[in-house]
Design a protein around this ligand. Structure first.
Ligand code: PBG
Length: 322
């Protein structure tokens, strides 16, 4: 008969005791901060659905990177919005594309800051899909060539880690092979391994101007009902050479994060995506929730579930609070 001998409230009585027994701790270096690069100079345009996040020209992005460094963040994740989009995503693998130039400039200005690049085509295609369209759908195997070329140009520019987010079959293997053949066998791949077709990406598509012009991404991103399939995807990515496995989104997929942590002995990352951020910001702006509190609660839940790397638009805010 536990009570009255056992009283769990004893360990909750004061902040000192609560700190002593706290199981999960967030650190600034757990966070990776996403940035959206645009061509030009002196550009800093707020993304209306993501307050406090901007489309940034490279010079402005460098200021964010300096701040990220001084806050002790784990790194930044770069997305690019090119001047021109076309059918073949040429901006994605242009050696002088926006992300490639951004990486060069950032690594020069803030050499110690970890720079991760998102490897995908949807920001660069006129139709907004993540690869080459053949007969109305994304053609897997041609898209692999674009992705491998993009990853290689990122590595050549100085990216520390490449992160493919397209969900084509075989992309990790294709990227690994291309990087290795070019002498970049030391560059890790953080794979968006279990990436779900999610309504939570809505605000990102405004930020990256990458909404699909027809159809949706369900023929390549995962069905939100599937957990076993996520383990299969992660297993395949590991076999192809992934170094870090990512689950995306985070909050609606904490079970997947926990299962990944149990099943695989590599670092697990989770992406708290645009819609997760915007939802909290919108409720806070209405006075319905306390932003800082809910921000920390959700970030803690992601780490508690098993992700040691969290990609989040709250990275700077959370680091400041810690
Ligand atoms: C590119 C990509 C997307 C996100 C990250 N990489 C968009 C998508 O798949 O539609 C979403 C990130 C976010 O919502 O914050 N494929």
């Amino acid at each position: 008969m536990p009570y009255p001998i056992h009283r769990p409230r004893r360990l909750r009585r004061t902040e000192a005791i609560r700190s002593l027994v706290r199981e999960t701790h967030l650190e600034a270096f757990n966070f990776i901060y996403p940035l959206f690069l645009v061509p030009g100079e002196g550009r800093r345009k707020e993304i209306s659905s993501m307050p406090g996040n901007y489309q940034l020209s490279i010079d402005e992005a460098i200021k964010e990177c300096e701040e990220a460094k001084s806050l002790g963040l784990g790194g930044v994740l770069l997305f690019g919005i090119p001047e021109h989009k076309d059918e073949i995503a040429s901006g994605a693998y242009d050696p002088h594309g926006i992300v490639q130039e951004g990486v060069r400039a950032i690594k020069k200005a803030v050499p110690d800051l970890l720079v991760v690049t998102d490897v995908c085509n949807c920001e660069y295609t006129s139709h907004g899909h993540c690869g080459k369209i053949v007969n109305g759908d994304v053609d897997n195997d041609t898209t692999l060539e674009w992705l491998a070329d993009a990853a290689l140009t990122h590595a050549r520019a100085g990216a520390d880690i490449v992160a493919p987010s397209d969900m084509m079959d075989g992309r990790v293997g294709a990227i690994r092979e291309t990087l290795d053949a070019a002498g970049f066998d030391h560059i890790p791949i953080m794979s968006y391994a279990a990436k779900y077709a999610s309504g939570f990406y809505g605000p990102f598509r405004e930020a990256a101007e990458s909404a699909p012009q027809f159809g949706d991404r369900r023929s390549y991103q995962m069905d939100s009902a599937n957990a076993r399939e996520a383990m299969y995807e992660m297993q395949l990515d590991l076999e192809e050479g992934a170094d870090i496995l990512m689950v995306k989104p985070a909050l609606a997929y904490l079970d997947i994060i926990a299962a990944a942590r149990q099943s695989f002995d590599v670092p697990i990352a989770a992406y708290q995506v645009s819609g997760e951020f915007s939802m909290i910001m919108a409720a806070a702006r209405n006075g319905w929730i306390d932003k800082d509190r809910v921000m920390m609660e959700t970030l803690t839940s992601i780490k508690r579930a098993g992700a040691s790397i969290i990609l989040t638009y709250f990275a700077k805010d959370a680091a400041r609070l810690l």
